[in-house]
Design a protein. Structure first.
Length: 198
């Protein structure tokens, strides 16, 4: 049976996790010669958007990401555009679970009109704990841009949750800024041929 038709019916965390891993391996991972956003070249490329922007993918991602978010967090946030579907689906999953947790989107440039805002969404009170979500963690550069803006706005950011950690320096860069990284998957989990996975 196709993963797309199975995904919404899965109740156990382990079943959701395995279905999501398979979706990422099939739809998000590519092997070749790629120039990454960090400026580095790599034989591995991960683009989570075909998964995170699909109904089945969001259904699988939302509860797994929500489980990883600090229970004290009042919002989840991330840098546009990779984090947009992540924060949205997690906020919805939280609402369905009766947990107050809003979504914030951090712009790459300030809004060109009106308030000139860097951050969009229902803003929590200054000092509120916010967890940052990331689709793919490489060197941590994109994620740290979001963290900087959120901290400048007065929010307490101590945690980042990523869908895939490429283990390419991101954890070290985040730790230097006092941030704890959690990852749903490592690169090896989705780059290994499916038939070789347990």
């Amino acid at each position: 049976m196709d993963i797309r038709s199975r995904a919404p019916l899965m109740n156990s965390s382990s079943s959701r996790r395995e279905a999501l891993r398979q979706m990422l391996a099939r739809q998000a991972y590519r092997r070749g010669d790629f120039l990454l956003a960090s400026g580095r070249r790599s034989e591995h490329y991960v683009n989570c958007k075909p998964v995170s922007l699909s109904g089945a993918g969001a259904t699988l991602l939302a509860p797994l990401l929500l489980d990883a978010v600090d229970p004290r967090a009042q919002a989840v946030a991330g840098l546009t555009v990779g984090a947009d579907p992540l924060v949205s689906c997690v906020a919805m999953a939280a609402a369905l679970a009766g947990r107050p947790l809003d979504a914030l989107i951090v712009r790459k440039e300030p809004k060109g009109h009106g308030t000139g805002a860097w951050i969009e969404g229902p803003l929590p009170a200054p000092g509120a704990p916010v967890t940052v979500l990331e689709d793919v963690m490489t060197t941590g550069g994109s994620c740290l841009k979001a963290v900087k803006r959120l901290r400048e706005a007065g929010y307490a950011v101590q945690e980042v949750v990523t869908v895939v950690d490429r283990q390419d320096g991101g954890q070290t860069a985040l730790a230097a800024e006092g941030l704890h990284l959690k990852a749903l998957f490592l690169l090896e989990h989705i780059s290994t041929p499916l038939e070789h996975q347990p």
